[in-house]
Design a protein around this ligand. Structure first.
Ligand SMILES: Cc1cc2nc3c(=O)[nH]c(=O)nc-3n(C[C@H](O)[C@H](O)[C@H](O)COP(=O)(O)OP(=O)(O)OC[C@H]3O[C@@H](n4cnc5c(N)ncnc54)[C@H](O)[C@@H]3O)c2cc1C
Length: 450
């Protein structure tokens, strides 16, 4: 039986489905998706909540009906896959609307179940009516409805990762008083501490109260409503609470399937996105990723990688030659007027790997100093001591700062040295950069140090 069955109908799953359909016009493709949506952008949820995007429907790239009618892909929403039987080549599915279960056979299977947000279920009140995770479109709708109905004045965000920070912007824009707590010594722990501190300062300038080194311990509840967040240091008033405590791969239902799991329970795959079990493939946030700099497997939950690995999985399933080489860990985020970007390895990772490196930062400007709107940009580069090979880059600044990280990501991917970066023929005009782009200014400073 040649049916392709896909579990998960978002970025990775539907990229693969679409690719297979483009190559094989008549292949039977069945998708099971536990929510009501397909191909949606969770990345847009903070901007829906801030009011920048009017309707949640704008975040849906292709609806289930479009996949069914235009692409002949048999999409079943509100269907939760409970179990994978790799010996019998079948999956156990719960039809949530009718509350009935059935076994679905497959010829080939793609697992694209994404990740799930961490939720502190050991703390009483984790499921109170005014506490929210930010994961699915439904969670975005729930937050929006709550803000509209209850008009909260104060919010506590638990977690200092990029989702917590983006939510801080959304809630500030909705006029709430926002407090962010994180158990780490800095926000955005994918940055080095000297860059992380700049993000904390930016948050404070924007009006967010930030408490570092502070852990969530509990909630003060009135009925099913949280009124205060209890940390190990104080009680904070909260009309609403948002969790941004990280995600883990959604793979618990694979227990007993024989499918090999690795870092954080993510599915182990080869460069074609094939698992250890014949005819079983995986892509997106539920899989491990090879870090091309450290050559170690890690778990990164990003839409960029979900789309790419979904496409590679689809190509492989369709019988084409495709390879996903891995990632260098490139990510950007925005908090109001501030842009934050990172790629490659950070100092703690280089120290752990025993790689000798040098690092430096420069303060520069996003435009020529005389051009209106020029703002400060801080660039940090990390390079291998003897070879000068670029190993990492971090950028913080205002408009026009973040996307400069793509030059550095390209450099790291292709093993460029600081001299190679200095030699790059990058563009210049006063509205876009100083005549030496800040990334090149930083490379010139660092090359002198090594
Ligand atoms: C608020 C927010 C902002 C983000 N911003 C960015 C950004 O700016 N840039 C970026 O690169 N990434 C961003 N991301 C991450 C990005 O959204 C994810 O990496 C991407 O959606 C992963 O795609 P995926 O298909 O692997 O998994 P998912 O999008 O999680 O999709 C998996 C699907 O599988 C379904 N599913 C899970 N288990 C089952 C089951 N057992 N049975 C049936 N269906 C199941 C789920 O309902 C889900 O629809 C953001 C995420 C969030 C939450």
């Amino acid at each position: 039986m040649d049916t392709l069955v896909i579990i998960g109908g978002d970025a990775a799953g539907m990229s693969a489905a679409s690719k297979v359909r483009r190559v094989h016009k008549d292949k039977k493709i069945i998708v099971f998706e536990k929510s009501a949506y397909t191909s949606y952008s969770a990345c847009g949820i903070p901007y829906f909540i801030s009011g920048l995007i009017e309707s949640i429907d704008e975040l849906v790239r292709r609806s289930p009906d479009e996949f069914r009618n235009k692409y002949n892909i048999d999409v079943h929403t509100e269907h939760l896959v409970l179990e994978v039987d790799t010996n019998g080549k079948r999956i156990r599915v719960l039809d949530k609307q009718n509350n009935t279960e059935f076994w679905q056979p497959y010829g080939q299977l793609l697992i694209a179940t994404g990740g799930k947000a961490y939720c502190p279920k050991d703390i009483t009140g984790y499921d109170a009516e005014n506490v929210f995770g930010v994961t699915t479109l439904k969670s975005g709708i729930n937050i929006e409805n709550f803000i509209e109905d209850k008009k909260p004045q104060t919010a506590v965000i638990v977690g200092g990762g990029y989702i917590g920070l983006e939510m801080a912007e959304s809630l500030l824009r909705r006029g709430l008083e926002v407090t962010l707590i994180t158990k780490g010594a800095q926000v955005m722990n994918t940055l080095d501490p000297d860059m992380g501190v700049l993000v904390t300062e930016a948050l404070q300038v924007l009006g967010v109260t930030v408490y570092l080194n502070e852990s969530l311990k509990g909630f003060v509840l009135e009925g099913n409503t949280i009124t205060e967040v209890i940390t190990d240091k104080q009680n904070l008033p909260a009309d609403m609470v948002v969790f941004g405590m990280g995600t883990s791969p959604n793979t618990a239902f694979l227990e007993g399937s024989g499918i090999e799991l690795g870092v954080k329970g993510a599915i182990k795959v080869n460069a074609q996105m094939q698992t250890n079990i014949p005819d079983v493939w995986a892509a997106g946030d539920c899989t491990e990723t090879l870090n091309m700099v450290s050559r170690q497997h890690i778990h990164i939950a990003l839409g960029t990688l979900a789309n790419k690995t979904g496409l590679v999985a689809g190509s492989s399933i369709a019988g084409e030659q495709a390879v996903f080489p891995g990632a260098v860990g490139t990510a950007v985020c925005k908090i109001c007027s501030y842009e934050v970007a990172r790629t490659g390895l950070q100092e703690k990772e280089l120290n752990k790997l025993g790689i000798e490196y040098a690092a430096t930062t420069v303060d520069s400007l996003t435009r020529a100093n005389y051009y209106p709107g020029a703002t400060k940009i801080v660039v940090k580069l990390l390079a291998e001591k003897n070879s000068g090979r670029l190993l990492g880059g971090q950028i913080i600044g205002q408009e026009g700062a973040a996307k400069r990280i793509d030059v550095l990501a390209t450099a790291i991917t292709h093993n460029l040295t600081l001299q190679n970066i200095i030699d790059l023929d990058l563009s210049y005009a006063p509205p876009f950069s100083p005549v030496w782009d800040p990334v090149q200014t930083c490379a010139r400073k660092l090359i002198k140090m090594i």
